[in-house]
Each structure stands twice: as C-alpha cells, then as structure tokens.
Write a protein that binds this ligand. Structure first.
Ligand SMILES: [Zn+2]
Length: 381
C-alpha cells in the first residue's frame, strides 16, 4: 500500500519511540514527539497532563460519526537486569528479521503502527466518513491511570468501536479478566511473647481473613464459560520482627483476577465483611483496594472483529482465532459503561509471550503488515 514512509523510515519511527525511556514515567517525551510529527501532517493533537512529566495524547482524523477509537500506551516496563539483554534495550536493533528493544512488542510497535496508519490515512485522504480518534495513554503497566483519566474526561462517550493495539500477534482478543490489588494492614500491640495478654497479635486476624477468603473464593460455584474461574492469591505477607515478641503490625497484599460472573464489586463486599467480622472481635484491620480493573467481555461476532479477521488473514495467510487473553488492558477503564455489544478488539503487532522480558522483539514484517492492516481496518469500518 502507498505510504508517506519507506519501510526503513517506518522502522526508524519505531526506533525513535523505543529510545524514550518511558519506564512507568516520562511519557511526556513520547507524546511531544508524536504531536510534533502529527503537526507536520496537519493532524490535530491535544496533550493532557495526568501527572508530572506524564501526559495523555489525543489525535483525530476525519469528522462526525461513526467514531472509531484506537488506543495504545506510551509507557514500558523496566528492562530489568541489563546483563540478560544481548543488545541495548533502548536502541532498536535488527537481527534476522526481528527488531529487539524494550517496548518493541509491548507496545511501541502497536503505537507506531497506529501513528503511521493515521498519517497515511490523512495524507492520502483515505477516510470517506467518520472519525478516527487515537488515545495514547500513560501508566498502563502500573495502575492504568491514563485510561482512567480518559474515562473521567468522557473521551470515550461518543466512541462507537475500540481497537487496542496491544501485542496479540495474529490473534483477535475480545475478552479478558479483571484485576484487583488489595492491601490489608493489621495493627496490634507489641508485648513479650511470654505475656501475650498484654499485647494483641497483628498477624492472627489476617490469617483468619485470608483463610476464610481462600475458602470462599475457592468455591464460589461461579465460572465464566469464556474466562474460567476467579482467582484469588495472597502475594505479599509481612508481619512481626522478632520470634519472642507479639507482632505489632502485619500487612498482606492480594491480587484477584475477576470475571463478569463474580465482579470486583462483589469481591470488595465479601472482603469487607470478613474484615468487619475480625474487627468486631477486637482486631484493627484496614482494607485498601488500591487498584480495581473490571473484566472485559464483548461480542465475538460484529463488523469490527470480522473485518479485522478477514483483513488480517490476507497477510497472515492462515486462520486468525478469536480468543480471550489472561492479562488486563486499558479496555477495563475505556469500556466502563459500554455494553457487551460494543465492538472491541485487542489486535496489534508483537509476540504476547515476550512481553516484559529481556530481549523483547517484534517480527519486522509483522510490524510493517500491521500498518497496512490498520489502514484498511480503520477506513473500512
Ligand atoms: Zn502493554
């Protein structure tokens, strides 16, 4: 397909994005780069501050209805131990048809593909009606603050369909579980363990709550045909500091993966009841649900998902399955208040199983193909 960019320039643009060390922070540099580029091509762009050095970006091509939303995050996860990388994670490096770098898969290639597709659609006047709205977010990897801000600013209100460019490779994702992070802090009273009556053990109430919770969440009898069971895991537990002292404080952290049949609200309610029961017996336990992202489950049969499938299959030359994914995305926030019929897919270049790992890469050809796939999908919809 015709493009303003040569293949080399398309790779260069991705390399530019990878160069920004937007590790859970500093997305402003990425957003500024994108808005300068869009400005050159007369695409209207807006950046909105979310926190210091962190801005969301909106760009639009076209006008009126329908509005198709496309979204990607500008942050990446930490590269971790650099000795486990064969190349510099922030210098995109091509080897045997693969492009290596932090964010090559998750998800600066998806973001770059959206950017190039938008520019080409604008320059070649490919959009005959409607609007394409890019929503680039901050902080997807931790807390999903950017998409929450878009939701609060009503950016999604008039949107009729949503494509998230997270790495699915040649799979179409239309559902994923929700995720919750909960922190329980128990205050006790220290005493010598030979005189426990003078103190109050901070660990015990947490043990009671967690074992009751394990029992309740392990046998809810509710299951999503699509997403499976809810999962409940205590992932952090700290308490006490000396073997012969009654512990004065204990902290537990829990991650819950929720399903529509057993949602975040119900989980919070049950946990609060368990905490209240212990507090009635004299404990001082405080519960903080510090992250709560809903599960997402949308129709697997609509114009958006079906045209993505048929366009994608021309490039993949193989069946593209419709499936569910284990991880959460910005869709948890962006799709609040949208019903199950709202057309939604996760469809983007990259290998889902190299996300967050050393030597993360994207197949160069897949990245280039997705630019053309997006151009067709976004103009045909
Ligand atoms: Zn991602």
């Amino acid at each position: 397909m015709e493009s303003v960019f040569s293949d080399e320039q398309k790779v260069e643009l991705l390399a530019d994005l990878v160069k920004f060390k937007s590790v859970n922070d500093g997305e402003e540099q990425v957003a500024n780069y994108i808005s300068q580029l869009f400005k050159k091509h007369n695409i209207s762009t807006q950046v909105m501050p979310v926190a210091k050095n962190r801005v969301n970006l909106i760009a639009e091509v076209g006008s009126g209805k329908p509005v198709i939303g496309i979204s990607g995050h500008m942050d990446v996860v930490d590269p971790g131990d650099l000795s486990r990388w064969d190349t510099d994670p922030f210098v995109l490096t091509e080897k045997e048809g693969k492009l290596f770098g932090r964010g090559a898969t998750d998800m600066k290639s998806g973001l770059a593909a959206f950017i190039i597709a938008l520019i080409d659609i604008k320059e070649f006047n490919l959009l005959k009606s409607g609007t394409i709205r890019l929503m680039a977010t901050v902080g997807e990897e931790i807390g999903e603050q950017g998409s929450q801000t878009f939701f609060e600013q009503n950016t999604m209100d008039d949107v009729d369909a949503l494509v998230i460019g997270e790495p699915s490779g040649y799979n179409l994702v239309y559902a994923h579980k929700g995720s919750m992070d909960i922190k329980l802090t128990s205050q006790g009273k220290a005493a010598h363990s030979s005189m426990p009556d003078l103190g109050y053990n901070a660990i015990d109430p947490l043990l009671n709550i967690l074992s009751a919770a394990n029992k309740q969440f392990g046998s809810t009898g509710k299951k999503s045909q699509l997403l499976g069971n809810l999962s409940f895991n205590t992932t952090v537990f700290n308490g006490g500091n000396q073997v012969n002292s009654i512990p004065e404080e204990a902290v537990a952290e829990i991650n819950v993966r929720t399903i529509p049949e057993f949602n975040n609200h119900e989980v919070t309610k049950i946990m609060q009841e368990l905490v209240d029961d212990e507090n009635k017996k004299g404990a001082k336990v405080d519960m903080d649900v510090y992250m709560s992202l809903n599960s997402v489950q949308h129709s697997k049969d609509n114009k958006l998902i079906n045209s993505a499938k048929s366009i994608g299959e021309k490039y993949f030359k193989n069946d593209i399955p419709k499936m569910v994914s284990p991880g959460v995305t910005d869709a948890s926030n962006l799709l609040k208040n949208k019903d199950v019929e709202f057309p939604f897919i996760v469809f983007g270049p990259g290998e889902p199983n190299v996300c967050h790992q050393p030597n993360e890469y994207v197949e160069k050809q897949m990245y280039l193909d997705f630019i053309d796939i997006y151009k067709q999908l976004l103009t045909e919809y």
